[in-house]
Write a protein that binds this ligand. Structure first.
Ligand code: SAM
Length: 213
């Protein structure tokens, strides 16, 4: 499938939106403690398409209904996945930076003008994904996307905390797609595909595919 029409919808929504400056503006009003591990950079429509369509993961996503992007930025992966994966029934984004969250709401409203049904599937939370309970029925995602949301010295402890949380709260069979960082526990989150390499704006990125046992 070429997804030309979907890419056009996506490009129209994101034309002129500069997530870097939106993120910078939001972070400048937050405390240094809250921003020290934050990083910004979003996957474009073509990059997301390469991750989902060209990697083999699509077959594994059959029957899975709820996608969640941990650190959803201006919502590109939310809108992109709604357009590329019509089988997702619910799409959830979690974003800590308020300006990015607000920008994602505006983009979802714009999507609603062309496709209300798709837009209605998307929900965004302005909060910290480390503090959410993913086992709650209103969340309960079974596809997690994480595009290296946190970075910096000492960040590995936070990733381990996140993994522990996902291990407790996700249902068995959930898929975790992780850009750049492979999950550390092969016992709880074995890899199910050969990692794929995607050429992103900032370089060649390795994507790891895991399934929770
Ligand atoms: C590298 S960007 C990825 C954006 C998007 N998911 C994508 O791949 O296109 C990481 C995002 O995660 C957000 N973030 C980092 N830590 C977070 C946290 N603990 N809770 C919620 N959002 C967080 C950042 O503000 C940033 O927007």
């Amino acid at each position: 499938m070429s997804f030309e029409k979907e890419k056009e919808i996506f490009d129209n929504i994101y034309q002129g939106i500069n997530g870097y400056s939106i993120s910078h503006k939001g972070r400048s009003t937050m405390s240094p403690d809250d921003t020290k591990f934050l990083i910004y950079g979003e996957a474009s429509f073509s990059e997301l398409l390469a991750i989902i369509e060209n990697s083999g993961i699509k077959n594994e996503l059959k029957g899975l209904t709820t996608f969640c992007d941990l650190g959803s930025g201006t919502g590109m992966c939310l809108i992109g996945s709604a357009l590329i994966c019509p089988y997702f029934k619910r799409i959830i984004g979690v974003e800590l930076v308020q300006t990015l969250y607000e920008s994602s709401l505006q983009s979802i409203q714009q999507l609603a003008q062309t496709n209300k049904k798709l837009a209605n599937k998307i929900k965004v939370i302005n909060g910290n994904f480390l503090k959410l309970n993913f086992a709650k029925p209103s969340l309960s995602p079974n596809v997690i996307f994480m595009h290296y949301p946190m970075h910096g010295i000492g960040v590995e402890d936070l990733y381990l905390q996140l993994e522990e949380k996902l291990c407790k709260e996700l249902k068995s069979g959930s898929i975790i797609i992780s850009a750049i960082r492979k999950l550390s526990s092969a016992e709880n989150f074995p890899e199910i595909l050969t990692p794929t390499h995607v050429q992103c704006k900032y370089g060649n990125v390795t994507i790891f595919f895991h399934k929770k046992v």
